[in-house]
Design a protein around this ligand. Sequence first.
Ligand code: SUG
Length: 449
Amino acid sequence: MNSATEANFDGLVGPTHNYSGLSFGNVASLNNSNQASNPKAAAKQGLEKMKALADMGFAQGILAPHERPHLPTLRQLGFTGSDTQILANVVRKAPKLLAAVSSASCMWTANAATVSPSADTQDGKLHFSVANLANKFHRSIEHETTGEILRASFADSQYFSHHNALPSVEHFGDEGAANHTRFCDQYDNKGVEFFVYGMEAFNSAAVKPSRFPARHTLEASQAIARRHGLQASQVVYAQQNPDVIDAGVFHNDVIAVGNRNAHFYHQQAFLDTAKMRQDLLTAWGDRSSPFHFIEVPTDAVSVQDCIQSYLFNSQLLSRGDDDMVLIVPSECQANTNVWHYLQSLVASNAPIQEVKVFDLKQSMSNGGGPACLRLRVALTAAERQAVNSSIWMNDERFAQLNQWVDRHYRDRLVEADLADPQLLIESRSALDELTQLLNLGSIYPFQQN
Ligand SMILES: N=C(N)NCCC[C@H](NC(=O)CCC(=O)O)C(=O)O
């Protein structure tokens, strides 16, 4: 019985999408700081990708954005008075704090959680662990609402098990599925769960990056494997090469992607590539299909090319056995080395048969490509039936959401606009309507007062 599918749940870009240079170590975020953004175009680019995948026959879901600016955080940090007074005060006294609580960063749902499909877990349920995103303040305030949205989307406790974020400190820094890949022969067979970390928190002798932060620790990944009840022989850990983190590869999904029996990665991605390969093959064992390593050499594509084009921040999707399509951002087409490489890849007998290009420029300018925008959830037929049916992408939802964006979103936003009380009102009325469209209930703090 191969009735399971892998669904993608994309983050819908929120109305405050902007460029504030909040992510030290993420080159695009720093380089585009203070540019004007276009939230309307950003949301529509995301919707186009979701619709295209749904039209290709993939199960495609939508995860709602968060309430921003996040007034509850400002109140927690000592700001008082009406919402308008708080905005006026914070922009004067701490403008970067206002930018941080206004970020639409929850759009990158690869960082929402780590997901273990039911075939891999001891209790036979599908497990979600919300990521604490502790390394960046603007992202560390996401996990509570992310948890609410996941619970509202995957509500049935017969099938789904939800875990809160790990302790929000560097020792357990957890960036979710951006550093996690599940390999399998068929989606409903037991898989190999591959966890990639940037540093070891409790071992000061271990190597780690020196220039940019390692956001994710080995200890966080081990805790998640324990909570999800994964079988030790089916779990592989690998350390990211600290030099690539220092070059700007802040998540492993900027330099590697995997699907089913294929691991597509850069020669310099891992600290010990031979060990990564051996450990994966050992865990893979004698499964029916062969395991493919597709290693991209530095002399074809440099680490800089990877960071600039987001070649590996692509979605690798199965259309059938040994027939995969790669969804890449248009920056890959613009980079000669990358585009040449992709042509030769498709011409070779690797399982990647086709490359499809998408314009995601608004998200890319903050360091978020196709893979950042989606959370993968492998679902059995029964689990798929149990998902909140209003969050699936289809013709009707696509039309409704485009109209909703047209009604509520601005086409230009700069940092100074974040203090505009009207923006807060616009965002809240957009989200209020969205919770009805997606049948989510009252998940936002402003709806609970
Ligand atoms: N690779 C994955 N899976 N996700 C990409 C996340 C990009 C995000 N950028 C930001 O948060 C920039 C926000 C700003 O600067 O305004 C980050 O660095 O966490």
